[in-house]
Write a protein of this length. Structure first.
Length: 558
């Protein structure tokens, strides 16, 4: 249950609890030099836009040196900037420009694995004694890999390396070998790297698949039926908490920074340990609400989703982390298809449903994260040919589905096209000029076909999705109850409408959201005498006793 609403004292106020985070995918944000790839100078050119949203923190996806097999999640040098993105001097200018606008910068930390191009891996495969044990090398078994673990991107998690004559573990792409965290030298090298970035003045980290660092001794076979074979032996492993506690104690606690862990299969119970009052991290991303539209447990199948299930997940996390732990709230990131195309209506009610979905995450407890383009109501794109895909995950899966008997791409196009991470990675839509104003060159990935309609320049009007997001951020800044208040659900198990209150002291806000494309009568005794603070419809509609399709309203109650 929630605790009793209390006043927030000045000492309890925490900047990262009050912050709204904007996530930027550098490859797709803005290209300043016409090579078709977004870059740091492009970001600097658009910082006034980001500041105009009212957000406080920017999370920048990886910009480190990388062969880009997984768009920067395969790092070959942790202390260098990827050439296509610019130089270290550009990055330093970016940090200064962000700080000059009173915003903060958190960087992506990818230390479960490196790239096979990383010097550590090169020396490890040569059995250089210093690096021999930096990765997880094993002999094969019975002419095959050492165990049955699977890569998240499909196929075995093991790759045979001719040079070393052994298999190495890669929980993601073959180009992303897992570091051996049991080796103290690896931990020290990683801690030093983290400290090096913190000394440069950044404000924290988003930590990539950070609950995967500890693998169970002996690397036993996993349950062959499980969703990700082997995961019971490498998610939240035995040393996990110890590694993060050491990181916190030795490095993080020396700085006033925020940390958010990305944690596959995270439960409320584990989140309380990782991000409770004494936990090593500030908050963590879970994935439960991003799986509602899976077909069964299957990621590469599309199923119907239900609002009651979403509400149940929200209730579990909002109430489960009330008190001394903190939520990270999001719909989109660079790995998720566009939310309007999943839980909204991208055709008839694109703008309305985008605003409704925005209302949800910006009125819940926890720190909200908004992904670039979400504030415009960007949608999934069409993926007409397998050649249009850039996402290593989608390409691998398309190949697998074809090998497993699909006749042609046509047959798997709907599911691959719906789920591919490329949906989030199409260029940011700035205006209706060629390539949406993203680049003068050939974009590295196709631009969404709707860019002439959906773009920043076209959303100058006060009733645009963009300006509604600005209003939402402002609303959150104006009402402590939206940040620190208790969450209480009002309507339960409804398949169309969800409603909840956020209460702090004498202030009680009431949020009601119609997730359907039908008109729904509102019978809300709570709002009698309350004042409407925000709605995504015009004045006449918002005053009616009926909720319009995808209508969202936020009231303050007397
Ligand atoms: C995380 C990243 C994703 C990446 C994977 C491997 O899930 O968000 O983009 O592919 O980790 O690093």
């Amino acid at each position: 249950m929630t605790t009793n609403a209390q006043t927030v004292t000045e000492t309890e106020r925490t900047w990262w609890k009050e912050a709204v985070v904007y996530q930027m995918y550098p490859r797709s944000f803005a290209d300043s030099d016409g090579d078709g790839v977004g870059d740091i100078r492009g970001i600097i050119d658009h910082l006034d836009y980001v500041a105009s949203l009212g957000v406080d923190v920017i999370w920048l996806n990886p910009v480190y040196e990388s062969p880009q097999h997984d768009n920067g999640y395969d790092i070959s040098d942790y202390r260098a900037i990827h050439e296509e993105y610019g130089t270290m001097a550009d990055w330093e200018a970016l940090l200064d420009e962000i700080h000059a606008r009173d915003m903060k910068l958190i960087m992506d930390l990818v230390v479960n694995h490196t790239s096979t191009d990383h010097e550590w891996f090169q020396r490890s495969r040569e059995r250089d004694p210093e690096y021999d044990d930096y990765y997880i090398w094993r002999e094969g078994e019975d002419g095959g890999p050492p165990n049955n673990w699977e890569s998240f991107f499909g196929g075995s998690a093991w790759e045979y390396d001719d040079e070393r004559g052994e298999y190495y573990l890669h929980l993601y792409d073959t180009s992303q070998p897992d570091l051996n965290w049991r080796n103290p030298a690896v931990r020290q090298d990683v801690f030093d790297t983290i400290d090096w970035w913190l000394q440069k003045g950044i404000d924290g980290f988003r930590m990539d698949v950070i609950n995967l660092l500890s693998k169970v001794e002996g690397l036993p076979d996993g349950d062959p039926e499980s969703e990700w074979v082997g995961s019971e032996h490498f998610i939240d492993g035995p040393e996990m908490m110890g590694y993060l506690e050491a990181l916190d104690e030795q490095v993080l606690s020396n700085y006033d920074v925020m940390t958010v862990g990305e944690m596959p299969q995270l439960t409320v119970e584990m989140a309380r340990e990782y991000a409770g009052e004494d936990g090593p991290l500030d908050m963590a991303f879970h994935f439960q609400h991003t799986k509602l539209d899976y077909g069964g447990d299957e990621r590469w199948a599309v199923g119907e989703w239900e609002l009651s299930e979403l509400s149940e997940i929200t209730r579990r996390w909002q109430q489960g982390l009330a008190g001394d732990s903190w939520n990270a709230v999001y719909w989109e990131n660079h790995d998720q298809p566009r939310v309007v195309s999943r839980y909204g209506d991208p055709d008839e009610y694109r703008a309305e449903s985008a605003k409704l979905l925005g209302t949800y995450i910006l009125t819940l407890g926890g720190t909200p994260y908004v992904y670039q383009g979400q504030e415009l109501g960007m949608t999934n794109a069409e993926w007409a040919s397998v050649d249009d895909l850039r996402d290593v995950d989608a390409i691998n899966h398309a190949r697998e589905l074809l090998e497993d008997g699909a006749d042609s791409y046509e047959e798997i196009r709907d599911v691959v096209g719906y789920r591919t991470r490329d949906n989030a990675r199409t260029p940011m839509q700035w205006d209706d000029s060629v390539n949406a104003g993203f680049t003068d060159g050939d974009p590295w990935i196709q631009v969404n076909g709707n860019y002439e309609r959906v773009n920043v320049a076209a959303q100058a009007a006060s009733d645009s999705v963009l300006n509604y997001y600005r209003d939402l951020v402002a609303l959150r800044n104006d009402h402590d109850a939206l940040v620190y208040g208790d969450y209480e659900e009002v309507a339960r198990d409804d398949e169309a409408v969800c409603a909840y209150t956020r209460t702090l002291d004498s202030e009680r806000l009431f949020v009601v959201l119609n997730f359907s494309d039908s008109e729904i009568p509102v019978d809300i005794p709570e709002v009698d005498g309350g004042t409407l603070l925000l709605s995504n419809y015009d004045e006449e509609t918002r005053a009616a006793a009926t909720l319009a399709p995808y209508e969202a309203r936020v009231y303050t109650l007397a």
